[in-house]
Design a protein around this ligand. Structure first.
Ligand SMILES: [Zn+2]
Length: 156
């Protein structure tokens, strides 16, 4: 019998000048980027948390403690690969992923195809199973980037 599991994750980082802005593994042109001990990829951090939550495995802070210097400037694609491996080790197969980024600037629409393609490849999914939406905070939170991710996992 197949069981369906939902996973949800959320992440946010403060923005500061001179930092790279990386979302979905894509470095975007921006004068500001995420302040983080890793590459600050809020989209992939939310996605990794969503994957882990589908099997109630906690969050990426448990797997990659910020206090551990080994994870300094870690490529967040590695975090997602590790989370996906945890799901697969439990018989989970990812069905689709739905992702939203809230960022006031720069506008992300022109980068949707690049971000979708990169995330789909990372997850081993066709691009029509990776939905990526962009919002602004309407000026309420101009100094941070936020991401939310939902995944559907089929497990036998
Ligand atoms: Zn993060």
């Amino acid at each position: 019998m197949v069981t369906l599991r939902i996973g949800f994750g959320e992440d946010a980082h403060r923005l500061a000048p001179g930092r790279p802005l990386v979302l979905g593994g894509v470095e975007l042109p921006s004068p500001r980027g995420a302040v983080a001990h890793s590459d600050g990829d809020a989209l992939l951090h939310a996605l990794a948390d969503a994957l882990l939550s589908s099997f109630a495995l906690g969050d990426i802070g448990d797997f990659f403690p910020p206090s551990d210097p080994a994870f300094s400037d870690l490529d967040s694609r590695e975090i997602v690969r590790r989370a996906l491996a945890e799901v697969r080790a439990r018989g989970g197969e990812l069905v689709n992923a739905a992702l939203t980024v809230t960022l006031d600037a720069p506008k992300l629409g022109p980068h949707r195809a690049a971000i979708t393609g990169r995330v789909a490849a990372l997850l081993g999914l066709p691009e029509d199973r990776v939905g990526v939406g962009f919002k602004t905070s309407e000026g309420l939170a101009p100094d941070h980037v936020q991401a939310r991710a939902t995944v559907l996992v089929a497990a036998t």
